[in-house]
Design a protein around this ligand. Structure first.
Ligand SMILES: Nc1ncnc2c1ncn2[C@@H]1O[C@H](COP(=O)(O)OP(=O)(O)O)[C@@H](O)[C@H]1O
Ligand SMILES: [Mg+2]
Length: 325
């Protein structure tokens, strides 16, 4: 029996499919999972099954248990605000799961790349991430449910921070210290992949997907990860509205910080943003759209300077240049 036939059987066992012909319609975009859309008895659903090896050029192994981390994050986030994550309908063998398909919701990355840049939406993203952080800060249950440090190290700390450190003796001490600091902080539930390609744009605001890297850790990471994407796209497009969107994201996030001093987390987030930005030009997973050498130069120059002389993420965003002129 093929793997796809297995999935159909499993969905039948879960009561989501009747008899008759079923079409698994692959959804594009993912490198780490099989993702299909299926017409089910309860309407369109998405089935997601983690792959043991990511589909990227460099070898990159990842334990399939991350599928279960994602389910836990989606459920926990819906507990905070039912509008910000899709409903999980069933857990399936092999850490696969089914969730409700959200119709008519474009991926935020596609909107941004098409020049539809909405700062109010970026602010809602900041509010949504901060709401999950605030609700889970200093929570022993969440700390126990998301003790995924090994996974976070393999999928985030190592490829994004330590990979660059290994290839850059000059910045290695700062990046290694940053990686240690990140790994040591257990403050709130981190999504781990807050990228515009993992956010759907609904009429009611952002819907967060793809929480395979969820960990109880430093919330500064999520803000940094998302800010990084907006600032890279600002260089790629030269569009000032992306700087404005990044500023709106950070300001809205800041307004939601109630678990620690805002100055502390914004500085940690600024350091992480600088490191993640550099990782997107010189790291293991470079941003696919940053191919122009001039763009890379603009990004690399600023990121290196910011790693040496860190700024809080709000100041970093304000000072971020789209060109060197
Ligand atoms: N519940 C959903 N409703 C609508 N589209 C979805 C849903 N879940 C995933 N998608 C689409 O599938 C794509 C891949 O899903 P994602 O969870 O990000 O998987 P991957 O880990 O492979 O990136 C998303 O970018 C989005 O376009
Ligand atoms: Mg994704």
């Amino acid at each position: 029996m093929t793997a796809d036939a297995d999935i159909i059987d499993e969905l039948r066992v879960a009561g989501l499919l009747g008899e008759g012909d079923i079409v698994l319609d692959p959804l594009t975009g993912g490198v780490s999972c099989d993702v299909w859309k299926v017409e089910s008895l309860v309407g369109p659903i998405v089935v997601k099954r983690p792959l043991p090896q990511l589909r990227v050029a460099a070898e990159w192994l990842a334990p399939v248990e991350r599928g279960t981390s994602e389910v836990r994050w989606l459920r926990r986030a819906r507990g905070v605000d039912s509008m910000i994550a899709p409903e999980v309908l069933a857990e399936l063998p092999g850490h696969a799961f089914a969730m409700r398909f959200l119709p008519g919701c474009p991926v935020w990355k596609d909107e941004l790349m098409a020049g539809r840049i909405d700062s109010a939406f970026a602010a809602q993203v900041g509010t949504g991430i901060a709401a999950v952080h605030a609700a889970t800060a200093d929570n022993d249950g969440d700390r126990a449910d998301f003790a995924n440090d090994e996974m976070f190290r393999a999928l985030r700390v190592d490829p994004f921070l330590l990979y660059v450190a290994r290839h850059d003796a000059d910045l290695a001490p700062a990046l290694t210290a940053l990686a240690d600091d990140l790994s040591g902080r257990k403050i709130a539930l981190v999504h781990g992949d807050v990228s515009p390609k993992n956010i759907l744009v609904s009429a009611d605001g952002p819907i967060f997907l793809d929480a395979e890297c969820a960990v109880y850790g430093d919330p500064a990471f999520d803000l940094a990860f998302c800010t990084t994407h907006l600032l890279l796209k600002a260089v790629w497009s030269g569009d000032v509205r992306l700087n404005e969107a990044a500023a709106a994201l950070v300001a809205a996030y800041r307004a939601g910080i109630d678990w620690e001093d805002a100055g502390d987390i914004l500085l940690r987030s600024g350091k992480l943003t600088a490191a993640l930005i550099l990782a997107r030009v010189d790291g293991k997973s470079p941003a696919p759209y940053l191919t122009d050498p001039e763009h890379k130069h603009v990004v690399r120059d600023q990121a290196r300077a910011l790693i040496r002389a860190p700024e809080p993420v709000d100041a970093l965003v304000t000072h971020w240049k789209r060109t060197l002129a």
